[in-house]
Design a protein around this ligand. Structure first.
Ligand SMILES: [Zn+2]
Length: 285
């Protein structure tokens, strides 16, 4: 074997090694977020609550094996897999042109619909605005109370801005103590997390349109002065002010928020609601 051939073999072997190395790295990068570990909650924080509450009903308690299986399948707070979403925006928002007629009676709240520059493809702008408009105008929305009205403005100064916001900007604004992407309301502005807008939440089981309406109504609910709620009854529609992005199960929500309370104490009462985007879902269209 000539020296030249040996060099070739060595190069080929090195290249193969590099290729294998890349193959080992790539799948990890594309691992769906739901494969990441669930948050670890110390056992102590679980037992404290259990000691003060009434014992849960025993009639429907499944055997331990089924409990384990159920827990493994339970929707988690992690972002579902889906379309790639840009991480970074430029930190400023462009108002989407367009206005609406007033919907509802009572006190009028004006809103603008805005997108963070560089965060979202232009093709998504009008669709975002249309979904926000539809969520606020729906008969099952906040206007059903009769004392809330909305009107979209674009040039005039709005009462509340609804901003589609890049991953990193939303994390910096809304906080990331709970390591899950979320939207939030802060001082007259709703920051809608772009990855959540485009990929939804596991609790909504693929109902992206329903989830988007939930996000708009939940965060505008904060603007209107509403705080968080928990599931009132097993199988009931989740209150729109429940943090449904994380879970529609009280037990799961209590566990997720145990070390970072979200303005209320969620009881560990075994109750699980169904996902619901509407403040007044009882209204029939
Ligand atoms: Zn909230």
């Amino acid at each position: 074997m000539s020296v030249g051939r040996i060099v070739l073999y060595v190069l080929a072997a090195a290249l193969a090694g590099v290729t294998v190395g890349m193959l080992k790295v790539l799948p990890q990068k594309e691992m769906p977020p739901q494969e990441l570990a669930l948050p670890q909650v110390p056992a102590a924080s679980i037992s404290v609550r259990a000691a003060t509450t009434t014992p849960p009903p025993t009639t429907s308690a499944p055997p331990p094996a089924a409990v384990v299986k159920e827990a493994a399948k339970r929707p988690g707070p992690e972002l579902p897999p889906g379309v790639p979403v840009r991480e970074m925006g430029e930190g400023w928002w462009r108002t989407i042109a367009g206005t609406t007629e007033q919907v509802g009676t009572g006190k009028v709240h004006t809103y603008s619909v805005e997108v963070e520059q560089g965060a979202v493809l232009p093709v998504a702008h009008q669709a975002f605005a249309a979904t926000v408009d539809a969520a606020l105008a729906d008969p099952r929305g906040w206007t059903a109370s009769g004392d809330v009205a909305f009107r979209r403005v674009d040039v005039a100064e709005p009462d509340v801005r609804i901003r589609l916001t890049a991953t990193q900007t939303a994390r910096a604004t809304c906080g990331f103590e709970l390591p899950y992407d979320t939207s939030c309301y802060h001082e007259g502005v709703v920051y809608v997390s772009a990855p959540r807008w485009f990929r939804g939440a596991q609790s909504f089981a693929g109902d992206l349109e329903g989830y988007r309406r939930y996000v708009v109504n939940h965060e505008v609910g904060h603007f209107l002065g509403h705080g968080h709620e928990f599931c009132p009854a097993d199988g009931a529609p989740a209150p729109v002010m429940m943090q449904q992005t994380f879970s529609v199960s009280n037990d799961a929500l209590a566990e997720i928020t145990a070390r970072t309370p979200q303005g209320l104490s969620v009881p560990r009462d075994g109750r699980t609601c169904t996902p619901n985007p509407w403040p007044h879902q009882e209204v029939t269209r």
